[in-house]
Design a protein around this ligand. Sequence first.
Ligand code: SF4
Length: 474
Amino acid sequence: MHYVDRELNEECAVFGIWGHENAAKLTYYGLHSMQHRGQEGAGICVSDGKHLYDHKGLGLVNDVFNHDILDTINKGKAAIGHVRYSTQGGNSYANVQPLVFRSQKDSLSIAHNGNLVNAHKLKGELEERGSIFQTTSDTEVIAHLIKRDFADNFIESVKHALSVIKGAYALAMLNEHEMIAALDPNGLRPLSLGKLGDAWVIASETCAFDIIGATYVRDVNPGEILIINDDGVRSDFFTTHSEPAICSMEYIYFSRPDSNIQGINVHAARKNLGRKLAQEAPVEADVVTGVPDSSISAAIGYAEATGIPYELGMIKNRYVGRTFIQPSQELREQGVKMKLSPVRAIVEGKRVVMVDDSIVRGTTSRRIVGMLREAGATEVHVRISSPPITHPCFYGIDTSTSSELIASTHSVEDIRKEIGADSLVFLSVDGLQEAIGRNPALKNCGQCMACFTGKYPTEIYPDTVLPHEKELLV
Ligand code: SF4
């Protein structure tokens, strides 16, 4: 483990393009811009109208692809791609996406962002009927469901499969004839449609459009399926029971600040979270600093609202990669700071407000507070731009056991003592909704907040939940 490690990990990104002669290369750039959402594996699948060609591997986009590989697969005008963080199914090559299924009649490639909550149940049913699974990923269940129903009408088969699966899924699918984008009935993960000349583009985050020069067209709606081919884009719905509940953490932490999610810029939303936090929890201090990178926007908002100057109190070392030789326990105990360093000149002798986006286990916060004190901060006041995470996420974020969540077993005062802060305040649930500024007419403003409230937008199946967590579900 790094000296200061990330406690919440993203869960993947999908990208797709239809109608561009450089489809594979543009997919590479799109995936690269969304690398923050998954660093364990990457893949691209291309269609030339007759066959699918794919390349994938473990590691970062740059590790998996080079010029020669991209030239080899740059065979057609349509491609989908994926970056993976393995919340379900483990980190093996077989689970790297897009998953590609070939048969004599047709082929299908699938890239999935999110987690299904009834995958285990469906897999059992499919196996009983003779399906043989090649991977341990829940995404393969979707392909088997489509194939099982695959009559003459492929789109109807897809719609039927999507109506059976439950949970979070933003999907990009590709066969020889069309590209498909689909979003679960709660729209738990972001998925947008863009345009590049005559080509259509889909991406988990709009930052992928910017990098390739595409323009944003609109977001995919919950329960919607887009069928994209040479005739253009056709919209259809696989359910009439949709209820928007996008993951609040996309705004708080996961997405890039330059992305817009359903018309709201992520940086602007985070600044508002910081402003709201300042209203709810002001404190007398000399400087405000944010934990890089995801908390800087909220720290700026907090500073603006309180009039306390924002300063760069911590620096992130950007070159601590996956291949970095981890320090031994002995070196860690000596305080070897690999990822984050305090700026002594800024914090020494100062009362510091340290803004962070979340507390999961509390270990990171304790280390950062300790680091600021070692660098001479006289007081450290911690302000968190989200409510306490008390419940596990079943939709693709790797907090799937509550035992990892300090706020599920500790009071705020106990957490404060645990992390060694002079004061600690979390943003309220109402403050979170207000600050993001989504539609107040929708239930919970159209946001999932289950990890803060325990109110899950989908049914949760018994085999998704560990026995000791059942009592946490409300
Ligand atoms: S439970 Fe939390 S992390 Fe999971 S989708 Fe809902 S808001 Fe996001």
